[in-house]
Every structure is written in C-alpha cells, then in structure tokens.
Design a protein around this ligand. Structure first.
Ligand SMILES: [Zn+2]
Length: 348
C-alpha cells in the first residue's frame, strides 16, 4: 500500500472557478448579500476531471491512495471576510467529499479551513468538525498566514490558535501546515511563500512549548520541510543555544515532513537527516511543478521514483514512509492492503 499524503484537486471542473468568480464579483457590489449559492457539477464532470491526471498518475506511478484536499493556492483566505471564506471552504470541501465518494479506493479527504486574517481560528472549529464527522475527512490544511504573505496573525504557537488545536486533538486529526496564494510580490507562491512558511512554522515550533500543552497534536510540514532538513545542524544548534531540548525530544513526536522534494539528492538528504519515523510519502501532484525533468525524462513530481532509487533504505523503513507513518499520523485513515480506503470511525 502506498499512501500519498499530499494531493490537491487542481483539476476541478471550471464551474468551481466560475463559482469563485461570482463570489468575488459579489464582494465588489455594496448591495450584494453574501449567500452560499450553488455549484452545479455532475458526477461525470468529476470523473472526467480526475481520469487524465490524478487517476492516471496513480496507476502509472504505482501509488494507491491520495489524501486529497482543495487546491491550496485557491484557498486565498486573504480575500473577502470570514463569511466569504466560510462559503468558499464549504463548497470546496463538499466537492472533495464527492470525489472521495465516487472513488473511495483512491482518495481520502482533507479539508480547507474557513480562515480569515484577524479572525480567531476558533471560527474554524465548526467546519473542521463537520468535515471529519459528517464527510469522513482525516485532517485539515492549516494556513499559518491567512493574510497571504503579510504575516499579520500571531505565530502558530500563540494561544490564539489553541481553540482550533483543542478541536483537532478531540477529533484526533492532524493539520498540514499549508499557506495559500501570495499577495506579496516579494514571494512567489509555490517557489518562495510555500517554502518560507514551512521553514517558519518549524522555527515557531522549536521556540515554543506548544507540544507540552498539546502532547498529541500533529503537524505535517510539507514540501520536504522547506529549508529545515538542509539546515538541520542550524536548528539543532539554535535549540541548544536557546536552552531548548534536543529536536528529537522537543518536536519529533508531533512534527512530520513529507517527500515533496523534486530531485533525488534532496530526498537523499531528507532521509539522511530526518528520522524515518517522521517522513511521509507525498508528491503534491498535480500542479506544483507540472513539467518533466529533462535530466531524467520523468516528471519532477514523480517522487516515488526517488525513494525507489535509494538502495540503502531498508524494506521496513520504506514501508514506514509509504504507508505506516501516514497511518500513525492520520489516525482516522483506515486502508486495507487490498487497496480499499475508508475512514473507519467516520463511516460508523
Ligand atoms: Zn500542497
């Protein structure tokens, strides 16, 4: 069983974007009264949107299940207000639920949260609960910077976030730390803003006692952990100089990294530096980097190839990365080795 813990619905039918444009147009009209409105997408349209990309790549690359969430750059929490974000998140999450219902063997849902800059994260508890308990989702994407590159809200370790963490712990779901679009021209979204946020979140965790307060809270830092594995010595040294416990003791029961690193030397470094128990297989297909690497002839985001190519990785460790660690972190994820994915407790 190979579980890809990081996929987005980047190929959603264009009606979803049309819905969003109607919503944004309404924001410009002072007389407009916000309403959720409706999204007309047929099951066939959903099938057609997945077959040429996500499903094809799963088959060709030999992965089984993708933990699937709405398009990250589309979350755009900085647009509109909390009501805008709520309706948009609900619509996107319900579409993910339809995907997971149509393809229960291939996709398991993770939700977008209705965050909004300056609005307490407690506001997200209701949608998180709905997605987990009613839609069978196994986690959420948490944006550490809902302002879209301005970083106007408190750090992830501030008590500002605690009511949401309490709900995550209660529901037993992890969050992937995942920013959205950048409205700051200094930061390219996927090339800079995403990796900055990954690195920033790690340093916030390092300097706080968050996991003393929430010993079972779990975060996945995507994109291979941003700059963290490359600078592991810096972080170990900083922890020591700041009088913090060693990283393994301080963070590694709670913080995990994915394998969305798009070349073999980067994956080798990740696996040499970060304990294998803290690495989850992921590709972030389709869309973060779409093209084929001319040096290898394969898609940059075909990350399974890099892990397969590491001869010194033992079979048990490989199984942890492909399967076991994801089951530990996404504890609501129930998959059988026969390839059937389901969310156990949510289904009952
Ligand atoms: Zn992503």
């Amino acid at each position: 069983m190979i579980i890809d813990c990081h996929g987005h619905y980047t190929t959603a039918p264009r009606e979803l974007e049309a819905y969003r444009q109607r919503q944004l147009a309404g924001l410009k009209d002072p007389a407009h009264i916000p309403a959720q409105g409706s999204l007309a997408i047929s099951d066939d349209q959903i099938r057609e949107s997945l077959e040429p990309a996500q499903l094809k790549f799963q088959r060709e690359r030999g992965t089984d299940v993708t933990i699937f969430s709405p398009r990250a750059s589309g979350m755009a929490h900085h647009v509109g207000d909390a009501t805008t974000s709520r309706y948009w998140s609900e619509v996107c999450n319900e579409l993910i639920h339809r995907v997971c219902t149509l393809y229960p063997d291939n996709f398991v849902g993770v939700c977008q949260l209705p965050q909004s800059p300056g609005v307490p994260p407690a506001n997200c508890r209701e949608e998180l609960t709905r997605c987990v308990q009613q839609l069978g989702f196994v986690g959420c994407n948490l944006n550490p910077d809902p302002s879209g590159g301005r970083w106007t809200d408190p750090p992830l370790t501030d008590r500002w976030w605690y009511p949401l963490y309490e709900k995550m712990v209660e529901l037993d779901v992890p969050a992937m730390v995942h920013v959205s679009a950048s409205c700051n021209p200094n930061f390219h979204a996927t090339g800079a803003h995403y990796l900055n946020a990954d690195t920033t979140a790690f340093m916030q965790f390092l300097t706080s006692d968050l996991f003393k307060d929430f010993p079972t809270l779990k975060f996945i830092i995507p994109h291979g952990g941003g700059a963290v594995p490359y600078h592991w010595g810096r972080y170990r040294g900083l922890a020591q100089d700041l009088g913090r416990p060693p990283l393994r003791e301080l963070l590694l029961n709670n913080v995990f990294f994915d394998t969305c690193v798009y070349h073999l030397p980067g994956i080798e470094l990740l696996l040499k530096v970060v304990p294998v128990d803290n690495i989850l297989f992921a590709s972030e297909m389709v869309g973060a980097v779409k093209s084929i690497d001319p040096e290898t002839g394969h898609y940059f985001d075909d990350t399974k190839r890099y892990i397969d190519a590491i001869g010194w990785l033992s079979a048990p460790d490989r199984r942890k990365i492909f399967d076991g660690n994801a089951r530990r972190v996404y504890s609501r994820l129930k998959t059988s080795s026969a390839g059937s994915a389901a969310t156990g407790r949510a289904a009952t």
